[in-house]
Write a protein that binds this ligand. Structure first.
Ligand code: NAD
Length: 261
């Protein structure tokens, strides 16, 4: 497959799964818009590497996607540079682990804003161009937590279930325009997001680090292995191809069997 001439915008792509999407789609010649936080020099290095891999352009747009005006600014930068976004991957996300009765209100608001509401804003701004082009791909990094719950993750599970419903709705609205909308739902992928929640989970469950990894994180994953970011990105690449043109409104699991239980 080649994605030459297409532009992919991937939110939260300075790290983890998002960076793997960016590398994979750049490998097929797409222009890339990366977004997310991190060390300026490291991000610039990644941006240059993406251009080398794609032979096309890569743009960094470092806006905070919990804020509507900044999402609008990012989408405007992408439109100015490339005309519009052909492949939108809503991937930026954060986690907080705490019992519901002490769940910090500001963390709830942030998680809903980033993991759910940001996808609404990027989608509403991307769809007109996709409809006009009669081609588009909207891909969400949802989660096994869009299908099942775990204790102490109320905001995250709520946002991801919402994202799955939102994606089905959008899929129906754009179905006759050559545009598909799908969720990819990973189980545990070894990224900074997972590593960073280990201390809070240790505290919430009174466990050691090894106990959290084996008895909490991988407990529900029957293969007992973490998913890799590259495996998630390979599904996104498949969804961009002609073979996937009739896959829309789907929620594809890549979770080592977690949600089969
Ligand atoms: P990560 O922490 O490695 O990456 C998150 C990215 O989002 C980073 O680029 C970060 O800078 C960016 N980001 C954070 N706050 C932002 C903000 N306010 N505005 C813009 N960007 C922001 O995490 P990851 O594990 O790669 O997660 C990516 C997605 O995959 C998330 O939506 C997450 O919920 C989902 N997911 C992860 C796992 C897993 O096990 N790692 C499993 C299922 C789903």
């Amino acid at each position: 497959m080649t994605l030459q001439g297409k532009t992919a915008l991937i939110t939260g792509s300075t790290s983890g799964i998002g960076l793997a999407y960016a590398k994979t789609l750049a490998g097929q010649g797409a222009n890339i818009v990366i977004n997310g936080f991190g060390d300026k020099d490291a991000i610039e290095k990644e941006r240059v590497a993406l251009e080398q891999a794609s032979g096309a352009k890569a743009l960094y747009s470092g806006h905070d996607l919990t804020k509507v005006d900044q999402i609008e600014a990012m989408m405007a930068e992408a439109a100015k540079a490339f005309g519009g976004v052909d492949i939108l991957i809503n991937n930026a996300g954060m986690q907080h682990v705490a019992p519901v009765e002490t769940f910090p209100v500001d963390k709830w608001d942030l998680i809903i804003a980033l993991n759910l509401t940001a996808a609404f804003h990027t989608t509403r701004l991307a769809v007109p161009y996709m409809k006009e082009k009669k081609w588009g791909r909207i891909i969400q990094t949802a989660s096994a937590h869009s299908k099942a719950a775990s204790p102490f993750k109320s905001a995250y599970v709520t946002a991801k279930h919402g994202l799955a419903g939102f994606t089905k709705t959008v899929a129906l609205e754009v179905a006759t325009f050559g545009v598909t909308a799908n969720c990819i739902s990973p189980g545990y992928v070894w990224t900074p997001l997972v590593e960073n929640q280990i201390p809070d989970t240790m505290k919430a469950r009174n466990m050691t680090r090894d106990q959290v990894i084996n008895d909490v994180l991988l407990a529900g994953q029957p293969t007992k292995e973490f998913v890799t970011p590259e495996q998630v990105a390979a599904i996104a690449l498949f969804l961009c191809g002609d073979a996937a043109s009739q896959i829309t409104g789907a929620n594809l699991s890549v979770d080592g069997g977690w949600t089969a239980q």
